[in-house]
Design a protein around this ligand. Structure first.
Ligand SMILES: [Zn+2]
Ligand SMILES: [Zn+2]
Length: 404
């Protein structure tokens, strides 16, 4: 069905679409957090821009989604293991019950609000990715240029509707135009998580340094490719999954350490893993320890493996209370701890874009071949979605992407 719309400046806009379209969702009433699992495909209203009714639509666009990345966040929601409170409280506040999930995307602008070109230099027909954190622009942090720690941020697919749908409405200020002649679309759909890895690996100078990466999921693996690119001298990868460790090695890790046979914790950390890292670093410990997984023991492994005066990057997220035995060691070792959240919008995006756009550095190629397996089993048609085959693919590959 061809829908013709007239925006505030009286231009005609048209989108070829049905009134409803399929979206992957969670509904607090119909599904229930404790009584359901997976993503539920629902027919949802097509988003439209109506500036008379919602003046803020002047700064929004309707995107046709081409590719949508699946993140650890989505995995947490799939298993109802994370983000319960944020989803519930935001829906209640908005007077709604259904949340459209997903936050990593590549899409085409098909309809723009009347202020969009003027304010953001974004226009119909552009191919764009965009940040999943919608910041307020008004809080103290936003005002001083630290929008990655905005006090009022909303997150696509969690606290506001996300992108697992053929068409979505999004603020144009969050969009980043992509040159698909330089960055292949499947990779361009991952600027947001790649940006997490860029943020994590640029927090401290890694040039010539020894770095251990604890956790080789998608963002841990991206980080290893970036550490190699940025000139880390020695990269040590730690994970439970042998397949992911093999990928870590292919992406540039000099040594890999399997956690599979190391379940014994002493003082909250894996003694043999830390001993192995000490051995690989001449008894010193690593300059930079990156915690990219989330479990308490992994945090303790990172703290224990860092050398005196070392930097500890904390990215993995897990709910609940953590215990850090011998906490005074953090101080007496003189460690510096960095919590990494989101990306600097758009400083991180510029760095990510520069690295991916330059084919001579091989980063994009490595991610495509090693992590996405050139699309084999990692690119899933959205229209064929079902929980079982999706779950199988999600557990087989560190990163999967929907083709819409
Ligand atoms: Zn993500
Ligand atoms: Zn703010």
């Amino acid at each position: 069905m061809l829908c013709i719309f007239r925006n505030r400046s009286n231009e005609l806009s048209s989108i070829d679409m049905e009134n409803k379209s399929p979206a992957l969702t969670f509904d607090i009433k119909e599904d229930g957090w404790e009584t359901s699992e997976g993503f539920i495909m629902r027919q949802i209203e097509m988003p439209i821009l109506d500036e008379k009714k919602n003046p803020e639509d002047a700064t929004h666009v309707i995107l046709k989604i081409n590719y949508a990345g699946v993140c650890g966040t989505d995995r947490g929601i799939f298993y109802r293991a994370a983000f319960r409170d944020l989803i519930h409280s935001s829906l209640e506040k908005q007077g709604q019950t259904t949340r459209i999930l997903g936050h990593e995307f590549l899409g085409e602008v098909v309809w723009q609000g009347s202020m969009v070109s003027h304010l953001y230099n974004i226009s119909k027909g552009m191919t764009v990715s965009g940040d999943s954190h919608v910041t307020c622009g008004n809080c103290y942090q936003c005002k001083i240029g630290e929008n990655n720690v905005c006090s009022n941020e909303q997150i696509l697919g969690i606290s506001i509707n996300g992108i697992f749908a053929p068409y979505i409405k999004i603020p144009a200020k969050n969009l980043w135009p992509v040159d698909v002649a330089k960055v292949r679309p499947e990779i361009a759909a991952m600027y947001d998580p790649l940006g997490n890895a860029v943020h994590a690996t640029t927090k401290t100078d890694v040039r010539g340094k020894t770095v251990a990466v604890f956790g080789c999921g998608a963002i841990g693996l991206f980080s290893i490719a970036l550490l190699k690119h940025f000139g880390a001298a020695q990269i040590i990868a730690v994970d439970m999954n042998e397949k992911n460790l093999a990928m870590a090695h292919e992406l540039g890790a000099h040594q890999v350490i399997s956690l599979t046979h190391s379940r014994e914790l002493v003082s909250g950390y894996n003694v043999d893993v830390v001993a192995h890292i000490m051995e690989l670093t001449g008894g010193r410990g690593v300059d930079v320890a990156m915690e990219m997984a989330g479990p308490n023991s992994s945090v303790n492994n990172a703290l224990e493996s860092a050398r005196r005066g070392g930097q500890v990057i904390l990215f993995g997220l897990k709910d609940g209370d953590f215990t850090i035995p011998k906490f005074s060691r953090v101080i007496t070792k003189g460690l510096t701890l960095h919590g990494i959240i989101g990306r600097h919008i758009f400083e991180t995006w510029q760095t990510t874009d520069s690295i991916l756009s330059d084919s001579s550095n091989g980063v994009q190629d490595k991610i495509w071949k090693v992590i996405l397996k050139e699309g084999k089993g990692t690119i899933l048609p959205f229209s064929d979605y079902n929980n079982d085959s999706f779950e199988k693919a999600m557990n087989e590959h560190p990163k999967i992407i929907f083709k819409m």
